[in-house]
Design a protein around this ligand. Structure first.
Ligand code: HSE
Length: 476
């Protein structure tokens, strides 16, 4: 923090700290879509921000790769520099918006080592190496805030870290990737296939030219790891997240879901799982509890949801996070999950909060991993499943398929059948040879192992042409 001789004139509405000429030097690393908006807000709203933070937030520079590159927002050219290291060395507060692992990681660690606080939106870095950053922040009494790393503008990190810190969160369900929600919603609305909707989403700028990180669920998995770490106060990294994207979701899956009053969403799911279900050791090591009782499961996959579920109402590229907590009950947080100005809003909230704490002389507690719950694989989780089959339309087929479910202890909740082709011309004439039927089963909750064994045996039945889809369901 700097006491400056160029203190701004006292402004109406300024808090005492700002009036006293207190200044925090702010370095911005990255001048892209979000960085430009953050710089715009810092410059345009300087007075209001000073009033709220209690100090003038002085933008000392913006580190970029090329100072001459065209920008979304026109800013004083003198702010741009390629010397990120020098900028970090001069700052009280560093905003990292470079993204990716390096050099972002090096700059963040350098800032924290100096005792400077850091605000970042870098989900990939936090998900892969958050522990190192938190340890460095703790060791130096520095703040590390990252509201923008998950679900853009939606305040979700602070509610989990602070508002719900006196509660026990049991489950987090999130639509945390706008691209995939846009695609699934468009498939639901138009009946089109995934590839066609993806091409249209790319044309409209909703999907990247290389959409892999989004459609394969990797972006959502990084956010799931961050949410799980905070919700369950335990360290979860990207490698702990089981991840399946939306590329295999077909128009037929969507149509069948609609027929059953369901919709398909790509969900990031993090939940506490009783370990008895896994039959294994582990559990709650919090406080004095010596006997582990529960673990954490974190996964991302396309999920069937009742159309009445609050998350089913999340349309287009919007995001939402649904939290279940022991005392608060169910909560939902909804809003824009990406974009320059919305993400900059989350960054600025962190900047003001961080500034206030710096002025108060207390960084607070930055790391939240206070226990080591075991991370459990899908084998420890029971879920409802929807299984689609193409079968020969012959007497006894349904009974044979149903028998396989029974053999593996998987209980069927509903079954729907759709017959290809026309009805028989003469009543009682029976089905023509070679006709096929599509069967869709929804099961009661079953373990992944029992379901996998069921599907493997169903595939081997001579009357089954193919297993067309296996989808997990929540809340059915
Ligand atoms: N690509 C992400 C999405 C936004 O589609 O939601 C950044 O995390």
């Amino acid at each position: 923090m700097t006491e400056t001789s160029e203190a701004p004139q006292p402004q109406a509405g300024l808090e005492p700290g700002a009036e006293a000429g207190r200044v925090l030097k702010v370095a911005l690393l990255g001048g892209g879509t979000v960085g430009s908006q953050v710089a715009r807000i810092l410059l345009d709203d300087a007075e209001a921000l000073a009033a709220r933070a209690g100090a003038r937030l002085e933008l000392v520079g913006i580190a970029v790769r090329n100072v001459d590159a065209p920008r979304d927002v026109e800013l004083p050219r003198g702010l741009y520099t390629t010397d990120a290291e020098g900028l970090v060395d001069s700052a009280d507060l560093v905003i990292e918006l470079m993204g990716g692992m390096e050099p972002a990681r090096t700059h963040i660690l350098a800032a924290l080592r100096r005792g400077a606080s850091v605000v970042t939106g870098n989900k990939a870095l936090l998900a892969q190496d958050g522990a190192t950053l938190f340890d460095e922040a703790d060791a130096n009494g520095a703040e590390l805030n990252f509201e923008a790393a998950v679900a853009g503008a939606i305040p979700i990190i602070r509610p989990i870290r602070e508002s719900l810190s006196g509660d026990r969160i049991t489950r987090v369900l999130g639509i945390v990737n706008g691209t995939t929600n846009f695609i699934l919603d468009a498939m639901d609305t138009t009946g089109a296939q995934f590839a066609d909707v993806l091409a249209e989403a790319q044309r409209l700028g909703y999907a990247e030219a290389d959409p892999t990180a989004d459609v394969e669920g990797l972006d959502a998995a990084a956010k799931a790891a961050i949410l799980a770490s905070l919700a369950f106060h335990t360290r979860v990294s990207l490698d702990d997240v089981r991840c399946e994207g939306i590329t295999k979701v077909s128009a037929a899956d969507i149509a069948a879901a609609q027929d059953a009053g369901l919709t398909i969403k790509l969900l990031a799911i993090a939940e506490l799982v009783p370990l008895e279900a896994a039959g294994g050791p582990g559990g709650d090591l919090d406080g004095a509890a010596a006997v582990p009782r529960e673990g954490v499961s974190v996964r991302v996959h396309p999920t069937l949801l009742p159309r009445t579920h609050p998350l089913a109402a999340v349309r287009g590229a919007y995001n939402a996070v649904f939290i279940e907590a022991e005392n608060a009950g169910s909560l939902m947080f909804y809003g824009a999950g990406a974009g320059g100005a919305p993400t900059a809003s989350a960054i600025m909230g962190d900047v003001v909060t961080t500034a206030r704490r710096l002025l108060a002389g207390s960084p607070g507690r930055t790391g939240t991993a206070t226990r080591t719950l075991p991370l459990v694989g899908p084998e420890a989780v029971t879920t409802s499943y929807s299984i689609g089959l193409e079968v020969a339309d012959q007497p006894g087929v349904l009974a044979r398929v149903a028998a396989v479910f029974a053999e593996h202890g998987v209980s069927i909740e509903t079954m729907r059948q759709r017959i290809d082709g026309a009805e028989p011309a003469v009543e009682g004439a029976g089905r023509p040879e070679g006709r096929r039927a599509e069967l869709r089963f929804v099961t009661h909750r079953a373990s992944e192992a029992a379901l996998a064994a069921t599907v493997a045996d169903i595939k081997n039945l001579d009357v089954v042409e193919s297993v067309t889809s296996v989808l997990r369901a929540e809340g059915v």
